[in-house]
Ligand binder design. Structure first.
Ligand code: COA
Length: 332
């Protein structure tokens, strides 16, 4: 915990999910699967999917505007924009600069951050440090993904999982100590990078007709192995952060985990002895939206009244890289 302040606090939250909903029933007409299997193995019932002419920066801008409105701030108040995404509009320019324009921000610092499903928590730590440095006043941090652009609708083991969306927070500095972002911890292990990957379309294997024909521009995942590692890593990251900050698990009002699989979240909650009312879940309606999942969940939980001033909120994420992370927030 930062004992003397100032603190970096969340001033507003916002989210956006595309209109079109893809149900398990529709997926069962595309691949050999069924609603019962998808719900029992993942907890997912439906997911939002972006329109063909909607890109990640469009989703990000809508979530960002909602967060600004919630914070009662205007674009002129923001001097740092970070967008966590693994589905940028294009390799160049950054999605942050494209969203900056759509948001009507001034000539502020704009950057994309790539840490897959942990990207929002990585961005939170980066923004926290930049604001604490005194060189920035207010940051807009957005997790935004059009994951369906990387989804192989011929692969039943992955296409059932992913959805599109964006979530955003506005961060500002508060002179009071010990509130807002209490602590964050980031981890990575590149030796397991093979477990979740997109093989082609980058500098290692640029796009060719052959790579496209081999469907190498889609996400490939070794789900069972990822599952086991995700449970242990997120639980360890959560416990380590709580211990470091002298907060007991039963003081946590709400655990918001990356929304990848209901069984993963249930396992973490069980190991931490958290009752279900202290665990947030909305993956049944969104699927896995990678870097967008935690800020979408945070926005929903807050608007539903499940987080109020003074509450400890624990965030945990895990994804490709491998990357994983935790963050502890004292809500204001
Ligand atoms: N419908 C029906 N059967 C399916 C299926 C589908 N959509 N997808 C896979 N199967 C089959 C498999 O082919 C396999 O059949 P087999 O035993 O005959 O080989 C069987 O179901 C079990 O597959 P498996 O992959 O072992 O299932 P699982 O219980 O591990 O569940 C996931 C699969 C993807 C839901 C799960 O592994 C998961 O959520 N992993 C973690 C994802 C994650 O956390 N990602 C975080 C970062 S993005």
């Amino acid at each position: 915990m930062n004992p003397v302040g100032p603190s970096v606090v969340i001033l507003g939250t916002g989210a956006y999910a595309p209109e079109r909903i893809l149900t398990n029933e529709e997926l069962s007409r595309l691949v050999d699967t069924n609603d019962e299997w998808i719900v029992s193995r993942s907890g997912i019932r439906e997911r939002h999917i972006a329109a063909p002419d909607e890109a990640t920066s469009d989703l990000a801008a809508k979530a960002g505007l909602a967060a600004l409105a919630d914070a009662h701030l205007t674009p002129a108040d923001i001097d740092l924009l970070i967008i966590a995404t693994c589905t940028p509009d294009a390799p160049l320019p950054s999605t942050a600069t494209l969203a900056q324009h759509k948001l009507g921000l001034g000539a502020c610092a704009c950057l994309d951050l790539a840490a897959a499903c942990s990207g929002f928590l990585y961005s939170l730590e980066v923004a926290d440090a930049m604001l604490r440095s005194g060189r920035y006043r207010r940051a807009l941090v957005i997790g935004a993904e059009k994951l369906t652009s990387l989804t192989d609708y011929q692969d039943r083991s992955t296409c059932i999982l992913f959805g599109d969306g964006a979530g955003a927070v506005v961060l500002g500095v508060d002179p009071r100590p010990g509130i807002g972002i209490i602590g964050t911890k980031l981890y990575a292990d590149g030796s397991s990078s093979d477990l979740i990957k997109v093989t082609s379309g980058g500098s290692r294997s640029p796009s060719t007709a052959e790579t496209v024909a081999r469907r190498e521009h889609f996400i490939q995942m070794r789900g069972k192995e990822v599952f086991k590692l995700a449970v242990t890593a997120m639980q360890d990251a959560a416990v380590e952060l709580l211990e470091k900050n002298g907060v007991a698990p039963d003081q946590v009002k709400l655990l918001i985990s990356h929304q990848a699989n209901q069984r993963i979240i249930d396992a973490i909650a069980q190991r931490m002895k958290l009752p279900s009312e202290r665990v947030f879940m909305n993956l049944e309606r969104y699927g896995n939206t990678s870097a967008a999942s935690i800020p979408i969940a945070l926005d929903e939980a807050r608007r539903a009244g499940r987080i109020v001033a003074g509450d400890y909120v624990l965030l945990v994420a895990f994804g490709a890289g491998l990357t994983w992370a935790s963050a502890l927030i004292r809500w204001v």
